[in-house]
Design a protein around this ligand. Sequence first.
Ligand code: PLP
Length: 391
Amino acid sequence: MTFTISDRLKNVSGSAIREIFELLKSGDIISFAGGMPSAQTLPAKEIDDILNGIVSRYGAIECLQYESTFGKARLMQSLKPFLAEYKNLSAENENMIVLSGAQQCIDFACKTFVNKGDVVLVQNPTYLSVLQIVATYEGKCVGVNSSEDGLDIKDLEEKMRKHKPKLLYAVPTFSNPSSGEYTLQNRKAIAELTARHGVMVLEDDPYSEIRFEGEKLPPLKSFDTAGNIIYVASFSKIISPSLRVAVAVCDPAIIAKFNISKQSTDVCSSSLSQLIVSEFLQGDALKKHLANIIPAYRKKRDKMAECIKQHMPASFKCNAARGGMFLWGEFPDGRDLMPDFRKLIDKKVAFLPGTHFFAGGEGKNTMRLNFSNASPEQIEQGVRVMGEHFR
Ligand SMILES: Cc1ncc(COP(=O)(O)O)c(C=O)c1O
């Protein structure tokens, strides 16, 4: 059978990272390629305790029935103090919708605002799934120059004038892949500039609680005076990605469109997952879990940074990552790391070539290294093998 694929999908390639994950399943590879929370610190006991007798406690309808597309009332109640305490945001029910992960929010934002041929501005480098999602709506990603301190405001303004983008996608705190953190001044400038140019912003914030040092900064959304910023907080990295729970906070008119998208995509997010998150937020489970994972991740970041210093050539420059899950490194311009990636897979070590995170495919000399999921011993051994390869 010859399949006639829609124009929308026929030219969209699979995510390189998912294919790499398939590759990694085969064999005993030390992987710095993924973006997963540490398997050792997933809150297994806490979730076991919550699930134990959950249907008897809440009843079959609350646990096992379809839910409101907007989200479970009980969870919405616990989200308000969570958003206020952790995110510096106040939200009412009309400003919130529970989504099946931040990924669904990116999808719905594109579905709502992006027509064929429209431009979405992204930080260069950006979260690679955004490149794929925008492509499925036949839009085009254009990269905005950035540094560890945020977006280059002059470049952002020039690109807004030139491309009349429908959306700016940003991860201001510990971005994936480069773990940068936009300064306070940069956040204010982005909010002001996008409001002035009438550009919608999607602020994706899955990592801000995983902070190792430095003062907590308010989200872009807290400087939103025009209603143009959609904010999404995910529980994937701070509780568990299998729950598929995130919350979007934005103008009620956009919530209404997201609700229509969600009705046709998955009807509602899982009731059981929503109850787990709600219980996690009501007691002190989230606080305790963060108190457990932050020092563990900090230790792994320090270990990886120390091993890089010891084993990698001096020409390899790496960021310091004040939070999140990744180190971002680069060799001098002109080096293409794809062949090194393949050779290192044969030596049983995987990093993620950074080029996959660039809108224009540049950054061939860059790499992302995940430190959250490998053990300290694996970090030591893996970076040593990388060092022997690159020296
Ligand atoms: C920046 C960013 N956004 C979104 C996601 C997906 O998150 P979720 O599991 O909430 O869909 C990830 C996962 O790695 C991410 O790094």
